[in-house]
Design a protein around this ligand. Structure first.
Ligand code: JFZ
Length: 504
């Protein structure tokens, strides 16, 4: 496997160099690549691994394709609004609303007492899990504690938990059990930021008493993480957030130790790159440009458009349905709401570049997933039931992105997910003359109907490609993206081209 990885990296390197020469520019992404060995500095708390994790747990992660995020907590009660006033940021951040920016008087005190009303009587973890399953999600990331510090599990290290609400029951447990029962892997979202803990500080504590309080907070954080891994042994990983705080960044030695402890405590545990900084304060990638953690966790509400931008790493993209609302916001009327089509296009873009795509849901204060999100999940699920073969367990196809949509690949099958149907009904696939696998058969994934496949030398000199034309039936139309499968045949090394290149 390592050899394959090295080969891939060599290819990537080659592609990067060609891109540089071709465009004559030095893009930021490429400059941010790993330092050559000779130029590296010694790091004590940098990345401790070179290249991808190849164990079974990580292989499973890599094959998810589609995931669900759930942001749920006390912020679901105000839902972005209070006493007729509207907060103008992300609803899960509403506690940070200041009176200067229009918050009602005494807002933070009001917020910190809202948990006393948290009683989501309509919460039905099994219904959520069924809905996620129907959508086609293979994993879920669930907010155990967001920045406000409210714990959806009965943590013994603070009173600010679900146990002290009228609801009382352990919500994290209900979610874990329900998703486990549906065969959906669970990842626990955990915020390093905790506005409720007296020792928490976002800036570096200066006074001695503040530093001491921060030490308490560190111990508290460590205890809660061990508690979560102890209480929910089936959870596959931790999804960290908030690690941009200056105070946290300063803790390189301690966070490195903590990560080691968590990994030793739960072998196979998956942790992304948004957990800790190295001793120079570098996050996600250490000072040598090497990825920290098991996958790149920086693609939030954005997607790479080329394989070079992914630097050959594993990554996930987490995406909101409105522009930037993770927790429940009761008013979606003035926001653009992504359509199932938009989300499927993003899903395929992610999968075509070796990433997982994760769609966020924000249940309301009663525990209901809003109908708009329900419809989106349903429509994505309908699409996935027909087309998920092009999503699960696929990889980058090592072909340039075609204009009509995205390629994904698995074994000897190439999937063409078509978003833009050519006006002549001919899908033209270009492959290098030297490619080891050649298309032998093309068909619709939906009904397995064979499609006419012919190869041409279309007489374009020096592009070193062969062209395969797939003809869609005359009367074919589709209002959703559709998938064509191409079987690749290793043996068929035909059509090497019989026109000589022009001598110029
Ligand atoms: C964080 C949270 O503050 C937010 O509420 C939500 O939970 C989200 C998933 O994570 O917000 C971020 C984190 C990282 C970036 C942007 C917003 N980022 O890397 O660009």
């Amino acid at each position: 496997m390592l050899t394959t990885y090295n080969l891939q990296m060599k290819k990537l390197f080659f592609i990067s160099i060609s891109a540089l020469l071709f465009f004559g520019i030095f893009s930021k992404e490429l400059m941010a690549q790993e330092q050559p060995m000779a130029q590296r500095i010694t790091l004590q708390y940098g990345s401790h691994r070179e290249g991808k994790r190849m164990d079974a747990e990580m292989q499973r992660w890599r094959e998810y394709g589609l995931g669900q995020f759930i942001h749920w907590g006390v912020y679901a009660i105000p839902g972005g609004h209070w006493e007729g006033k509207s907060y103008n940021g992300a609803a899960e951040w509403i506690r940070s609303w200041s009176e200067k920016s229009g918050a009602p008087a005494g807002w933070q005190k009001t917020y910190d007492n809202l948990y006393k009303q948290f009683n989501p009587t309509d919460f039905d973890a099994k219904a959520w899990a069924r809905q996620a399953k129907d959508m086609g999600a293979k994993y879920v990331i669930f907010t155990t504690k967001h920045h406000d510090g409210f714990c959806l599990w009965p943590s013994k290290y603070t009173g600010y938990t679900i146990k002290n609400t009228p609801f009382k029951k352990d919500i994290v447990k209900e979610v874990v059990d329900a998703y486990d029962a549906e065969g959906i892997d669970v990842y626990l979202y955990f915020s390093i930021i905790d506005w409720n803990h007296p020792g928490y500080s976002s800036g570096i504590p200066k006074a001695e008493k503040d530093s001491l309080a921060y030490e308490d907070f560190k111990q508290f954080t460590r205890n809660q993480l061990i508690e979560l891994l102890t209480n929910y042994p089936s959870a596959k990983g931790l999804w960290f957030d908030g690690s941009w705080d200056a105070a946290w960044i300063e803790q390189a030695a301690w966070t490195d130790e903590l990560e080691k402890e968590l990994r030793a405590f739960r072998p196979g545990l998956i942790i992304g790159s948004r957990f800790r900084a190295d001793e120079y304060g570098k996050r996600h990638f250490d000072s040598n440009g090497v990825l920290m953690g098991d996958y790149e966790q920086g693609w939030e509400r954005k997607l790479p458009s080329t394989i070079e931008q992914t630097k050959g790493n594993d990554w996930d993209c987490v995406m909101t349905i409105p522009p930037n609302q993770w927790g429940y916001n009761s008013d979606w009327s003035s926001s653009y709401i992504k359509t199932p089509y938009d989300l499927i296009a993003m899903l395929l873009q992610a999968n075509s570049l070796n990433g997982n795509f994760v769609i966020n849901f924000g249940p309301d204060g009663k525990g209901r997933i809003r109908p708009e999100e329900g419809d989106i999940a349903k429509q994505i699920g309908e699409w996935m039931r027909v087309n998920s073969e092009a999503v699960y367990g696929v990889t980058y196809a090592e072909l340039p992105k075609p204009d009509y949509g995205y390629y994904t690949k698995k074994g000897n099958k190439l999937y063409l997910t078509v978003f833009n149907k050519p006006v002549n009904n001919i899908i033209r696939v270009a492959m290098a003359k030297t490619a080891e696998q050649k298309p032998s058969k093309a068909y619709f994934l939906a009904d397995k109907k064979d499609l006419k496949l012919v190869s041409h030398n279309i007489g374009l000199d020096r592009d070193n490609n062969l062209y395969y034309d797939i003809t869609l039936p005359d009367d074919f139309s589709s209002d959703m993206p559709f998938v064509i499968v191409i079987d690749l045949d290793e043996a068929a090394k035909k059509d090497q081209g019989n026109y000589r290149d022009a001598l110029t």
